[in-house]
Design a protein around this ligand. Structure first.
Ligand SMILES: Nc1ncnc2c1ncn2[C@@H]1O[C@H](COP(=O)(O)OP(=O)(O)O)[C@@H](O)[C@H]1O
Ligand SMILES: O=P(O)(O)OC[C@H]1O[C@](O)(COP(=O)(O)O)[C@@H](O)[C@@H]1O
Length: 317
């Protein structure tokens, strides 16, 4: 079974406008809301691909039905821990004229220690050797920054594979449990290594940063770079450059989560590394080219467009 954990789900509210003047009254053309949060997006895409998946994490009682209705529509297995309060709303403000997207993500209401303990107990009880756990996203207020480390330790004890997609302190701490896979972008790597974020990086600089991530506990690193594709630094010493699917971007929110879902699909189905990386990039693209998350049909349609190049001369051991 694959379990996805979303500690801080979100209602993603997209607002489309052609101009924003800060400090002024602005009008927008169109808005829409979708359920989201890293693990929930991963779970929906995995479920669409036909993998056995269950979504868990924390949801606020006040607006839980919005999530549950969509879980039912998607026929997604779910078992969340509920807390008193509301799941946050994340605003994605799209300036269509300037091709600019500004994200305003909420911190999330306070989640109690009891709720955290319930989630950990659920995992202690349910996880079995051979399962895959995918935890992702920020942590809500009230939750200890070491949550992803605690989850990683449970996975280690139960011989469960652990994928972790988070940032900053929760990532730095989570790395101590040596997750099998992390999927950062360049800004997230710079943040966790406490380095200034640069506009561009040479491959040598990227290699150096990945080596530093390894010294903190990372194994396999799937580095995503939006429309510029991605790199896969495998801990067995091979590095792959992965191309992108062809299409027109509609909404890239969830592209990273979909990439992780595509990778998890290939990993769980025991596909080759190359096929797995194709699923990862196809799924990322299929979501970027759609109003919401990519469908199985769209993901499979892009598979043949993805180039995979194994880089020579890498130094990883
Ligand atoms: N414009 C795009 N065209 C094609 N594929 C894309 C595009 N944007 C994202 N993707 C795919 O989705 C993956 C993840 O996107 P990315 O923006 O890097 O994730 P994140 O939001 O986590 O930073 C990319 O590596 C790529 O494979
Ligand atoms: O928990 P965080 O880091 O605030 O991120 C949550 C946001 O990320 C998303 O999961 C999308 O992530 P990606 O675009 O990286 O795939 C949104 O649904 C959500 O609003």
């Amino acid at each position: 079974m694959i379990y996805t954990i979303t500690a801080n789900p979100a209602l993603d509210c997209a607002i489309e406008c052609n101009q924003i003047d800060l400090g002024e009254t602005n009008y927008y053309q169109h808005s829409y809301s979708l359920i989201g949060g890293k693990g929930i997006n991963v779970a929906i895409v995995l479920n669409r691909l036909g993998s056995p998946v269950l979504a868990t994490g924390f949801l606020g009682n006040n607006n839980k039905t919005l999530f549950e209705e969509d879980f039912e529509k998607e026929k997604l297995n779910h078992e969340f821990v509920y807390f008193d309060g509301a799941t946050r709303i994340n605003y994605k403000i799209k300036n269509l004229a300037a091709h600019q997207e500004t994200e305003l993500n909420g911190l999330g209401d306070v989640v109690s220690n009891e709720a955290t303990e319930s989630l950990l107990n659920f995992l202690r009880h349910e996880l079995k050797k051979g399962d895959l756990v995918i935890a992702g996203g920020s942590l809500p207020q009230g939750v200890n920054k070491s949550l992803y480390l605690e989850i990683g330790n449970i996975c280690q004890a139960k011989e469960v594979t652990y994928f972790l997609d988070t940032t900053k302190d929760p990532l730095r701490l989570g790395l101590q449990s040596k997750p099998y896979l992390i999927k950062p972008n360049l800004a997230e790597i710079a943040e966790v290594l406490e380095q200034p974020i640069k506009q561009s990086y040479s491959f040598v600089e990227i290699e150096k940063m990945v080596a530093e991530l390894r010294s903190l506990g990372a194994n396999n690193v799937l580095l995503s770079m939006g429309g510029q594709g991605s790199y896969y630094f495998a801990n067995k010493g091979k590095t792959y450059k992965i191309g992108i699917a062809k299409g027109k971007v509609v909404n890239s929110v969830g592209a990273g989560d979909s990439m992780l879902a595509g990778f998890a699909f290939g990993y769980y189905e025991k596909l080759s590394v190359e096929e797995t990386l194709k699923y990862a990039a196809s799924a990322g693209g299929a979501t970027a080219f759609a109003p919401w998350l990519g469908t199985k049909k769209a993901i499979e349609a892009h598979l043949n467009e993805i180039s995979i190049q194994q880089l020579e001369g890498e130094k990883w051991k």
